[in-house]
Write a protein that binds this ligand. Structure first.
Ligand SMILES: NC(=O)c1ccc[n+]([C@@H]2O[C@H](COP(=O)([O-])OP(=O)(O)OC[C@H]3O[C@@H](n4cnc5c(N)ncnc54)[C@H](O)[C@@H]3O)[C@@H](O)[C@H]2O)c1
Ligand SMILES: [Zn+2]
Length: 436
């Protein structure tokens, strides 16, 4: 491959992994040992929060009353779209059954988990949309109990718009908790709430690492840490739109990579020229985040042809992938690794982030190589069942006994033997592997 880096990243999402891992593992161990007391202490330490942990009904209603009507309508619009999309997904998650051999019927069933814990990030921005994405999806999947948590603002608690969204989307309980302590409180079932079976939601590197370590004890949606975005653009793309889209996503945080991959040197140069102006025009603290993300993490990659651009995209496996190039159907057919794909300049990643329908909780740091984003499936278990007639049991028992003996598993073999003896007392069977 002959790609040319017009700009190279100085750091990657994996640069400071081991420090974060150590810090988070220590915090989780403390919470395991000391429970709610440790959670309160960490909440004081990281979020300067001294107030109630489980939001009371009165506080919930007070927050809802404080949200302007237009904001409520906007949140309802987004909720409707995200719910409609999740419901369409749910309709594709089906039970099935077949007769595998005559008399042996087997099937799969979809069972939602009992309890979900939804993390709504909020350290820097008030991620209203993350509340909608996680809680709505859990509800559509059929989860019985949904807990949501988000970092409280010192002295104020969770921003009222987030509380409104959590309530609208169906959160049973709301915790004034962020970070590792929020994730652990939901996983461990502290503060009188059920233990979460699945944790979902994006967050910073501490949140993502806490979920990763807890995985196994609980299910998680995926590794969803610092956000990343790639734009694939050819000579037909509009440099202003491309530059704006890159910097728009770079404001997420100092460690949010954005990548431009293009076949057009002149487009790349035009974008790189516009970027500094766009960064400087942002308010603080967004400006500092975007500047750091651009300086340290961004890449601009020049390719010879579209096929090569697609290969670069597949290797990065970006969370968000935005094609601003000719022949959108070709790209849709060709691209293999992304969390969510945006086709054409009429849409943009921010539409997906906030309102359009497909989920915005997506795999980051290359996790799109092996998983898609949050969907109803992540809150459901595909389980299987089987039942047999005596005729089918006869065929199955013979083979099971012989394979079990080949494996050295005599106990297994005897569960087959006894059935043959019970169900077919007048017959004799050769239950040793044929070649012995
Ligand atoms: N992948 C996605 O779908 C997606 C979507 C939206 C946002 N995001 C990401 O979510 C993240 C939001 O980050 P945020 O920080 O604003 O909010 P956050 O809620 O994820 O994290 C805030 C919490 O981090 C904890 N914390 C802060 N510093 C710490 C430290 N030194 N040690 C231990 N814990 C510490 C605090 O307890 C605080 O409550 C961003 O990285 C953004 O890119 C991802
Ligand atoms: Zn975004």
């Amino acid at each position: 491959m002959t790609v040319t880096y017009l700009k190279k990243a100085l750091r990657t999402a994996h640069s400071d992994e081991s420090d974060v891992r150590k810090a988070v593992a220590g915090m989780l161990a403390t919470i395991d040992a000391e429970g709610e007391e440790a959670v309160r202490r960490l909440s004081r330490q990281f979020d300067r929060w001294e107030g109630e942990i489980v939001l009371s009904d009165a506080a919930r209603q007070a927050a809802i009353a404080a949200v302007p009507e237009r904001t409520k309508d906007d949140i309802r619009f987004a909720h409707r779209n995200i719910r409609r999309f999740a419901e369409a997904q749910k309709a594709t998650v089906l039970d099935c059954s077949i007769e595998v051999i005559p008399g042996l019927t087997a099937g799969q069933k979809q069972i939602p988990v009992e309890a979900a814990g939804c993390y709504v990030p909020g350290g820097r921005y008030a991620h209203i949309a993350s509340a909608i994405m996680t809680i709505t999806t859990a509800r559509v999947a059929g989860v019985s109990h949904v807990t949501a948590c988000s970092p409280p603002r010192p002295g104020l608690g969770i921003p009222p718009e987030i509380v409104f969204a959590m309530d609208l989307c169906g959160a049973d309980a709301i915790l004034n908790l962020g970070g590792v302590q929020g994730v652990a409180a939901m996983a461990n079932g502290l503060f009188g709430l059920p233990k979460a079976d699945v944790l979902a939601g994006p967050g910073n590197q501490y949140v993502a690492e806490a979920k990763r370590i807890l995985y196994g004890r609980v299910g998680i949606d995926m590794f969803a840490g610092p956000t990343d975005s790639m734009v694939l653009a050819d000579a037909t793309a509009d440099a202003d739109l491309v530059a704006g889209d890159l910097i728009g996503q770079a404001e997420h945080g100092y460690n949010s990579p954005v990548w431009l991959v293009t076949t057009s040197r002149s487009l790349a140069e035009a974008v790189m020229e516009r970027v500094p102006t766009l960064i400087e025009a942002l308010p603080e603290p967004n400006r500092s985040s975007a500047r750091a993300a651009w300086t340290d993490y961004a890449e601009v990659i020049l390719c010879d042809e579209a096929q090569e651009m697609a290969d670069v995209a597949d290797r990065h496996a970006p969370e968000h992938l935005h094609v601003q190039a000719a022949d959108l159907d070709w790209w849709l057919g060709r691209l293999r690794a992304y969390g969510s794909l945006f086709l054409g300049e009429e849409t943009t990643v921010a539409f997906g982030d906030k309102t359009s329908g497909p989920n915005h909780v997506l795999p980051t740091s290359g996790a799109a190589r092996y998983t898609g984003g949050l969907s109803v499936h992540k809150f459901m278990k595909t389980v299987t069942w089987q039942r047999a007639t005596r005729t089918a049991a006869r065929d199955l028992a013979l083979v099971t006994a012989r394979i079990s003996r080949k494996e050295g598993m005599e106990g297994h073999a005897r569960t087959a033997d006894i059935r043959l003896a019970r169900f077919f007392p007048d017959e004799t069977f050769d239950l040793t592997p044929a070649d012995e």
